[in-house]
Write a protein that binds this ligand. Sequence first.
Ligand SMILES: [Zn+2]
Length: 331
Amino acid sequence: MATTEGEVAGISEEPLPLEVPLYPNLPFKSIVRTKRIYTYETMLQHLRSLANHYELLTVDIIGQSVEQRAIYLLKLGHGPKKILLDGSHHGSEWITSFVLLTMVEHYAHYYHTGQSFNGYDVRALLSEYTLYVVPMVNPDGVEIVASNGRSSANYEQLVEFNGGSRDFSRWKANARGVDLNRQYPTNWALAQSYGPPQPAWANYAGPGPLSEPEIIALNRLHESEGFVAHLTYHTVGNMVFYYYYQTGEQLERDRALAAAVANATGYSLRHSSGGIGGMARDHVVTTYQIPSLIMELGVNKLRPLPEFADMWERNCDVPLLVMTWLKKRGP
Ligand SMILES: [Zn+2]
């Protein structure tokens, strides 16, 4: 793990100046904090502390990455209706893992105290719903970014996949150069035709759908759990996408939910024309007919930490809003 200041060539996330409002109005002493890239090891430390601290939270492992890192699933709540949140399909988008862990900690805290959070009764909502959170779908990709490629035994091969560049700050793929958000079975061949024909830092769909262990694990989770909604976290754009060729009532529902989320976050609502296939959203909308929103957080792709406070303010209650919205709408 090479996240020490100065060690990470090219992309070092230097400690932020003190005036950057990283944690505005934080009402309790939190465990989940970072001033640097949110690495796999940092996440593990936070997971362990949170699991020790909050009885409500359970931690499972749903699979292993190519480089044998565990893919974690956190469960929060007692409700029969399940919602999945996932983050860091793309290595360079590690801030989404930090946002999701911050969310888990806040909801666990408010459940525990019984106080409301932003007007939401967290305890009541998490008695009807259970949040499933896979905060880091692509731990190898995050580590490649955090270590500038040195986390991998195949450094020279990664440089080749990276177009010859030794700057890995943009790296999105897993450790085999497969873009995990081009791996889902729905219209995979289309995703393949749009991407490069060989492993790369981004957009290579792999030798076949579900060829990568990370997405085999995610796909199995979708198959077995029967989620009622799905939020998949990426960067950047301050946008919400919801559409993948659904029609009729399904389209009306998904557009209305996405509009409510866009309204709450101040994000722009995107119809997402010309979906290229192979993405988690594409697969979930098509296969399970549940709402699946792509949350594109922030505006600065390569230096997201100074934006964390803004991301958090906008997104801190989105899953609670989704639960409330679904509940009002009825089955
Ligand atoms: Zn992404």
